[in-house]
Design a protein around this ligand. Structure first.
Ligand code: ADP
Length: 492
């Protein structure tokens, strides 16, 4: 007898749609909360029920626990899926749900609290002798913080205890700048997270970001679903992710995956989670943080393992034991995810706003396009600029990469500027093809990632050629310059 009868999704955008789809497949009714800014979204259209929420700002509406609890009472939803971001790692919210006897589709409040704070997570890993980067914590002795940090030696990375999304982190290469950088990191921590607590660690040069997907039930079983490589980053934020990592040896892979399982087991973890590691050039790896929720990049893992992570999260939250053994979770082929953002890479990634005039996803084998957008919807500045994710799967890495290139070329997203062309340029770089990745990859190849200039005359010719080659394109809406779609590989 299933406990979960109706699920409220405390999120928006592509992840809300993604969760609704699995709920439909499981015959579980869905309820979506939405702010007026999202009333026209795909999620609001696909959910069985939708309930409007209010707040001082659109984001404030989504992070107000009372809005979620009221919506559960109103709709009769007895479980909440938090998606990622917003309230997904807020332990106080999870405790509130527990009091209301509403099931949280995720781990316990206690684990979220332990892992949500980078300092307590770090202490936990040290206590259990897991590998972490040499580091010092300010609150252990505030007066000697800078001095203790200097002893580690530059380069250093100052981090905010409550940090996330790459915010509140500062690299220090010159010891003379340490004091001023500490102050800047503190004020950034205060501004973004309302928490100025800091710690400082050795900055690893040219590292790779490797993370392991974990799945654990309430009976104490814990499995890994292999790793993801997320080294293609901009300002510490992921841009392209893939699974498996292109260059880990089998020994490294099994060592890092087993370490992640041991960490999760020690913490008494349940539900889906991700252990993030930094992998140094010499092959050593260190714990970065544990994310106690579904990650943006989870679809690459779903592609290579064939496992629906949201369905597993729901089963575990229902008290069911994991159905598979570790030996049954095999890697099948390779998957790559590209994050499509409303931004202009050629104008220093300035956010781009506007209506979605035309939206057409690429199709074919091994292609998945996750978005919460609909044609006619306006993209404003209220939320994150991520518009959607294009995920491709192939029998090997090169097939997944070529498929991603084709799919990006065929994706039509008109009305605002996106990074689609920039993503194509990354996938075409020799170093990317060779899998020679590190977290400063985009900086290192910035010159090669510049767009190719097309002069006006060539552009006119291309437009004319595209228009005459495909007469059916002419029958679309009159206000949309369709020929642009046919030459989508140049600009979107
Ligand atoms: P956040 O929670 O803000 O995402 P993380 O600790 O997960 O912060 O780190 C984000 C990224 O910052 C990593 O993927 C990596 O690129 C970089 N990073 C973090 N710690 C280090 C380190 N000690 N040395 C080098 N790079 C690091």
């Amino acid at each position: 007898m299933a406990q979960i009868k109706k699920v409220l999704i405390a999120n928006r955008g592509e992840i809300a749609v993604r969760i609704i789809r699995t709920l439909k497949e499981m015959n579980i009714p869905s309820v979506l909360i939405y702010h007026a800014e999202d009333s026209f979204s795909q999620g609001a259209r696909e959910a069985d029920e939708s309930i409007e929420i209010f707040g001082e700002t659109p984001v404030a509406a989504y992070i107000d626990p009372q809005n979620i609890i009221n919506a559960c009472h109103k709709s009769g939803a007895n479980a909440v899926h938090p998606g990622y971001g917003f309230l997904s790692e807020n332990s106080a919210f999870v405790s509130q749900l527990e009091e209301e006897e509403i099931i949280f589709i995720g781990p316990t409040a206690k684990i979220i609290k332990l892992m949500g704070d980078k300092i307590s997570a770090r202490s936990f890993m040290i206590k259990h002798q897991f590998p972490i980067v040499p580091s010092v914590v300010e609150e252990d002795d505030p007066a000697s913080f800078a001095e203790r940090a200097r002893k580690i030696g530059v380069p250093l990375l100052i981090k905010a205890a409550a940090g996330g999304g790459g915010k509140g982190m500062r690299i220090v290469r010159d010891p003379a700048e340490l004091d001023s950088q500490i102050e800047q990191a503190r004020s950034e921590g205060q501004r973004y997270f309302g928490d100025g607590r800091l710690f400082c660690e050795r900055y690893i040069e040219r590292p790779r970001h490797i993370e392991v997907q974990i799945l654990a039930d309430q009976q104490g079983n814990c499995l890994h679903l292999w790793e993801r490589e997320c080294s293609i980053q901009r300002r510490f934020q992921k841009v392209i992710e893939e699974a498996p990592s292109p260059t880990l040896s089998d020994t490294q892979r099994s060592e890092i995956c087993q370490t992640a399982v041991q960490m999760a087991q020690k913490a008494g973890y349940s539900n889906a989670g991700t252990v993030e590691f930094i992998l140094a050039q010499d092959g050593s790896f260190y714990f970065l943080e544990m994310n106690t929720r579904l990650q943006v990049e989870h679809p690459v893992t779903e592609f290579i393992t064939g496992i629906d992570l949201v369905a597993e999260q729901i089963r575990v939250a229902n008290g069911e034991a994991l159905a598979k053994t570790q030996a049954e979770i095999q890697i099948n082929g390779h998957a790559i995810e590209c994050r499509i953002n409303a931004e202009d890479p050629d104008q220093n990634f300035m956010p781009s706003l506007g209506p979605i005039l035309k939206l057409r996803a690429a199709q074919g084998a091994g292609i998945r396009f996750d978005t919460g957008l609909r044609e006619g919807q306006k993209v404003g500045s209220a939320f994150d600029p991520m518009l959607g994710k294009l995920i491709t799967h192939g029998s090997n890495r090169d097939q997944a990469r070529r498929r991603a290139l084709r799919a990006l070329r065929e994706t039509v997203l008109m009305g605002l500027t996106t990074n689609i062309n920039f993503l194509q340029r990354i996938l075409e770089l020799d170093a990317f093809i060779e899998g020679d990745l590190h977290t400063h990859f985009l900086e290192e190849f910035s010159a090669q990632l510049e767009p190719n200039e097309i002069d006006e005359e060539t552009l006119k010719l291309l437009l004319a050629a595209a228009a005459s080659m495909d007469p059916q394109q002419q029958s679309g809406g009159a206000e949309i310059p369709e020929p642009y779609a046919s030459i989508g590989s140049w600009r979107n």
